[in-house]
Design a protein around this ligand. Structure first.
Ligand code: GLU
Length: 480
């Protein structure tokens, strides 16, 4: 069975790159009806951020990336929070010492600092690797603080095959005797993730490509224990576009890069997921770019993952988001957009109609207030707005004539809905010898105060109602 995991460190918000890792990891498992595990990697105690684990869980819940095993859902391989697994790591580290692939290191901080001062490259000189078993025993008995280091092979090459990047090889002479267990009794990431991935039965390790070149060290651990290596799937870098056209690692300066910020800014979770699925993966033979999570599960295969860096394009995301918003049914849209509306909407405004008109005119939910404000109150506008070449309106007198006639008709209409208004006003074509476009232009400017609006004149009047429509026409006539 395919088993994958998402193993974030709770160090802050949910970066969109991390979310992509979670998504790909989830999809690789679910494409094969496999298992997806959430594991919290919190052994770097200095980098912990309070509340970060909750953000991780809530992000996975909102996006629908539900995990089969994890901190709150449990499972046969728990606990799923590394700080609760300390004893396990110590046991395996000691086992590794016995096997001859690790050693106790008693070097003091001072000694190490001296070493680094002498050698700017800052490697460990392997001093304790060569302590005699008696010396080690003596130190342990005396309670001298220690770390446990990995005993790297001194020559030869370590290779593995990554599913995306191909064969990766490293000269063993370049590998440091890295720390596996720290003096505080906590393991390093380098060690504990390997132990956990093995114990939790992870078959595919899916993560960012920043781990590509450290992985030789990890496969050496698998080999030392005699465990089967997992399949590695390192994901391409995520880049952001800079103002000068160049690209660099996606970060805050490129815009909102956390899932939560994007949600707050009015992006829909489904649109974000759909968009980031395509950042580094290309569906084979697909005609569409639109995928629900279920469709992604069916379509996602590792051979569609690309190794070239993917560029996060905010405009493309915005476009995706707009498409998702426009496809919502009106009730769902009303529900989702509600938190973004702080303006008081007068009871005379037909809110249902207004939101239906606006739904197709916004690309993110946070645009709603700006787009709806003219319905609530007439903006300041210049009478020049009425003049329009295309509709052959060259003089204010034409506008005055139209508005006076329209006003009279509208005053007699009781049912202020689009169809009724439209047919009532249609008598003006013949009477004034003008095209519908000309007449409606005059009325629309008067009732909206804007040159471009969501909806035409009669739709706007349906939203704002009879009194407000007549009032706005009067205001226009005074201007003229
Ligand atoms: N805790 C690591 C991180 O957040 C996980 C890397 C991995 O998936 O192995 O970067």
């Amino acid at each position: 069975m395919t088993v994958t995991r998402f193993a974030p460190s709770p160090t802050g918000y949910m970066h969109i790159g991390n979310l992509r890792t979670a998504l790909y990891s989830y999809l690789i498992a679910k494409h094969d009806d496999g298992k997806f595990i959430l594991r919290i990697e919190d052994t770097d105690r200095e980098r912990l951020v309070e509340g970060a684990t909750d953000i991780i869980k809530s992000t996975l819940r909102i996006t629908g990336l539900s995990y089969d095993e994890g901190p709150d859902v449990g499972g046969e391989h728990g606990p799923y929070v590394q700080s609760e697994r300390k004893e396990i790591y110590m046991e395996y580290a000691k086992k590794l010492v016995e096997l001859g692939y690790a050693y106790y290191c008693f070097c003091t901080k001072e000694r190490l600092e001296e070493l680094h001062a002498e050698d700017a490259v800052g490697g460990y000189d392997r001093h304790c690797r060569y302590l005699s078993p008696e010396e080690v025993q003596k130190n342990l008995e005396a309670g001298v603080p220690f770390v446990i280091r990995q005993k790297m092979p001194l020559d030869g090459v370590t290779s593995y095959v990554d599913s995306v990047f191909g064969e990766i090889s490293m000269n063993n002479s370049e590998l440091q005797d890295q720390i596996l267990m720290k003096a505080d009794g906590y393991p390093t990431y380098n060690f504990c993730h390997v132990i956990d991935d093995h114990l939790m039965g992870v078959t595919h390790v899916v993560r960012g490509s920043e781990y590509l070149t450290s992985t030789p060290k990890y496969v050496l651990l698998y080999d030392a224990f005699g465990w089967e290596r997992p399949t590695y799937v390192h994901l391409p870098l995520l880049m952001g576009k800079n103002e000068d056209g160049s690209v660099s690692k996606l970060s805050k300066r490129h815009g909102a890069v956390s899932f939560q910020d994007l949600l707050n800014d009015g992006y829909l979770s489904e649109a974000i997921i759909n968009y980031i699925a395509l950042l580094g993966w290309c569906p084979k033979g697909s005609q569409t770019e639109f995928f629900t999570l279920d469709e992604l599960k069916a379509a996602f295969t590792i051979d569609g993952v690309s190794k070239s860096p993917a560029v996060f394009d905010f405009e493309k995301l915005l476009w995706f988001n707009g498409e998702y918003i426009h496809a919502l049914d009106d009730a769902k849209f009303t529900e989702l957009v509600a938190p973004y509306i702080k303006l008081d909407i007068p009871s005379t405004v037909n809110k249902t109609k207004m939101l239906a008109l606006l739904k197709t005119r916004i690309a993110k939910l946070s645009e709603i207030e700006e787009k709806m404000s003219f319905f609530i109150s007439l903006p300041e506008y210049d009478k020049e707005l009425f003049l329009n070449k295309k509709n052959k309106i060259a003089e204010f007198d034409t506008v005055k004539l139209v508005l006076n006639e329209a006003k009279e008709i509208l005053a007699g209409v009781d049912k202020f809905d689009n169809d009724t208004l439209f047919s009532a006003l249609s008598v003006l074509n013949e009477k004034l010898g003008m095209k519908t476009g000309t007449i409606m232009w005059c009325i629309r400017i008067a009732v909206s105060g804007m040159s471009a609006t969501p909806g035409g004149a009669t739709e706007i009047m349906e939203v704002i109602g009879k009194d407000e429509s007549l009032k706005r026409i009067d205001i226009a006539l005074t201007k003229l």
